[in-house]
Design a protein around this ligand. Sequence first.
Ligand SMILES: [Zn+2]
Length: 285
Amino acid sequence: MKRAHVLASALMMMNLAAGIAFAQTAKPAAGAANAPTSREMNLLCWQEFSELVPAIRTVLLPTGSLEPHGVIPSGTDNIAPEAMAREIAGRVNALIAPTLNYGMTDSMKAFPGAVSISAEAYGLFVENIFRNLAEKGFENIIVLNGHGGNSGALNTAATKIATRERVRILVVNWWTLADDITKSVFRQNGGHAGNNETAYVQAIVPNHIHPERYHPDMASPNAPAGAYFAVPVTSSIGLYEKGQGYPTFDPAQAREYFQKVNDRVAELILDTVAKWDRAGVYKSR
Ligand SMILES: [Zn+2]
C-alpha cells in the first residue's frame, strides 16, 4: 500500500470508528476526499477499494437462491441476507460483496420461476469467490447465507479455502441462529417461508408480500427424519414443526424480528472475529 493510501485509510478508519454511515448517496465529508461513498463493493471504484482494504479486514458475502416462498418474493433468500448485510456492515466494520443470487434448490426447481444450480458448479463457484476475496486482502470472510440448500456446499468450500488460503471464513444460517428469537417473538417454531422468514422479508419489502393469496393449506410440516420423501416438495411453506410456523403478516412483529435477528448476527460476527484474533489464527497474512 502506498504511503498516501495508508494516511487516507487511517483517516477513514477514524471516521468509520466514529460510526459514520456510508450510504449510497452519501457525499464525502469535507477534508476527507477519499472517504468511501459506500460499503458495497458493487458501488466502490477500484481506487476506493485499494484505500479501504486491508484496513477493513472483513467482507460480508450474501448467498441465496431463487425459489418459491409461499406468498413472499421468490428472491427472499437473496433479499434477506442482502438487507442484513447493509444493516450490520457499519457495526462490524465490513464491506459487502455482491450477492450470489442463485443456489442449489433441486427440490423446488419444479415451481414457476425457480432456478437451481448443480452441486459441482455451485461448489466451484463459491470456492473461486472465497479465494478471490482472500487474495484481495480480506482476513475475515463472513457468508450470510439465506438458503438452507446451500449450507453443505458452503461449509465444504469454506473448509477447503480457509485451509488453503489461510483465511478465516464464517458461514451463518440466520434462521437457525435466530431459533430462540423466532420462538420468543412468535411464541412458536418457524418454517421455510413461515412466520419467521415472512416477517423478516416483510420488514424489507412490505409491498411485495401477498397475504391476499395466502391459505394455511399452502403449508406442510417438514417430514420427520426418514418418514417419507417427496420430490418436488409439496409446499413452499415448510413448517419446522407440525401445527406451528404459519405466516402472521404482522408489521410490528416483522420490525421487531428484523431488528433482533440483525443484532444476533452482528453479535456472532464480532464475537467470532474477536476469538479468531485472540487465538491468533491466520492473522497478518
Ligand atoms: Zn427461504
